[in-house]
Design a binder for this molecule. Structure first.
Ligand code: ADP
Ligand code: MG
Length: 368
């Protein structure tokens, strides 16, 4: 229910900054995800918000209250773990009633709450079941019900779908979002799976090495990545390296290896001589057979490998300058191109993103 604000939060373990000056504003009733590779600080941030660990600096607010010095039980937060952490020897009913009992509610009051939350998660009929008699999706709903019964208004979920197999994951990720929305909760969901974050979140914070790199809706992150890292981590991108040979406010001309020149929109105002990286998504490109020299946004190459993936065919292409390039084309509506075929690839200028070459090198930028 409340909004959650994190202001300049720092958390160190020895010399390692698990979180390095992180600020975030999560809105009331928002379904918000923290997305990033393993070790980037997602769990640490969740534990700080929950009050399970203390920050070395900065402030945390839930609603109007500053909580970073408050004990966990005063924060009205429910934590759902990857393993659901249900008590295996207790029925669904006893699991749900655990919170109210710890809070010393009288039996009648605790039972009223128990019935209410089981109704909310639509598991009233299964209250006598033990966790091992429930499906993964049901266990997760019980975990949420238990958090709600304990008074949670903010739900923190740490890789809550991590233990489930792919099909079940896909089904219940929507369910957990719907539940949070129906119950008007603020939800903060941690995942390293970008497809999961993209499909369920109102907004996502992309994290890397203890920092937040970009916050936005799934569409904003996908359409307008602010960095090579986000372009690479959200969806897929081909990354072409080169240097700028000509530029104005609008268009930059970029020379790739082997003196091969292409064009891009110059959003970052790169200048002649600057090293640059052009990020192009595999699914935005068009491909024609043969080498057709009529566009400044044309790339020439040879198909080295094709992979049929159901809805799409992936083409691994070796460009004439030696760079590798990947493109995806729909498999049902287009004729397939064979291995060994020479092709011309064109990309829409407005969907390719030109970035300055990263200070620490491209490998460091995209390494996780
Ligand atoms: N209790 C701890 N002691 C020492 N280092 C820790 C501890 N918890 C986390 N770290 C370190 O902090 C960084 C962030 O970890 P974590 O928040 O668990 O990342 P994530 O959840 O994104 O995988 C990692 O480098 C991790 O090794
Ligand atoms: Mg983690």
């Amino acid at each position: 229910m409340p909004d959650v604000r994190v202001v300049n939060v720092v958390k160190k373990y020895g010399k390692v900054y698990a979180l390095n000056n992180v600020s975030l504003n999560i809105h009331d009733q928002e379904y918000f995800s923290l997305l990033g590779p393993s070790g980037c600080g997602k769990t640490t941030l969740l534990r700080l918000i929950a009050g399970l660990i203390d920050p070395d600096g900065g402030e945390i607010y839930i609603g109007d209250c500053r909580v970073d010095k408050a004990p966990p039980e005063d924060r009205d937060i429910g934590f759902v773990f990857q393993t659901f952490a249900l008590f295996p020897h207790m029925t669904a009913w006893s699991n749900v009633l655990y919170g109210p009992k710890v809070k010393n509610y009288d039996t009648k009051q605790a039972e009223t709450i128990g019935h209410e939350v089981l109704e909310l998660v639509k598991l009233s009929e299964r209250l006598n079941a033990y966790p091992n008699e429930l499906s993964g999706g049901m266990m997760q709903r019980i975990a949420v019900a238990r958090a709600l019964a304990a008074g949670a208004k903010t739900l923190l979920l740490d890789e809550p779908l991590g233990q489930l197999d792919a099909k079940v994951r896909n089904d219940i990720r929507y369910e957990i979002r719907r539940m949070a929305k129906d119950l008007k909760l603020t939800a903060i969901h941690v995942t390293h799976d970008q497809a999961e974050a993209m499909s369920i979140s109102d907004r996502i914070a992309v994290m890397k090495k203890g920092k937040i790199i970009q916050v936005g809706t799934p569409k904003e992150l996908y359409m307008h990545p602010n960095s090579i890292f986000v372009a690479f981590f959200i969806g897929e991108s081909n990354l072409l390296e080169g240097h700028i040979t000509k530029s104005d406010d609008k268009i930059a001309e970029m020379e790739l290896r082997e003196g091969y020149t292409i064009e891009a929109f110059n959003q970052k105002k790169l200048k002649m001589g600057d090293r640059a990286v052009l990020a192009i998504r595999p699914e935005t490109c068009a491909m024609r057979q043969g080498l057709i020299n009529e566009n400044r946004n044309g790339l020439f190459g040879v198909v080295e490998k094709t992979t049929f993936e159901g809805t799409i065919v992936r083409y691994d292409i070796r460009l004439v300058n030696g760079d590798r390039f990947l493109i995806n084309r729909p498999s049902l509506t287009e004729e397939w191109v064979s291995i060994g075929q020479e092709v011309t690839i064109t990309y829409p200028l407005e969907k390719a993103h030109l970035f300055p070459y990263p200070e620490n090198g491209l490998n460091d930028e995209i390494s996780v």
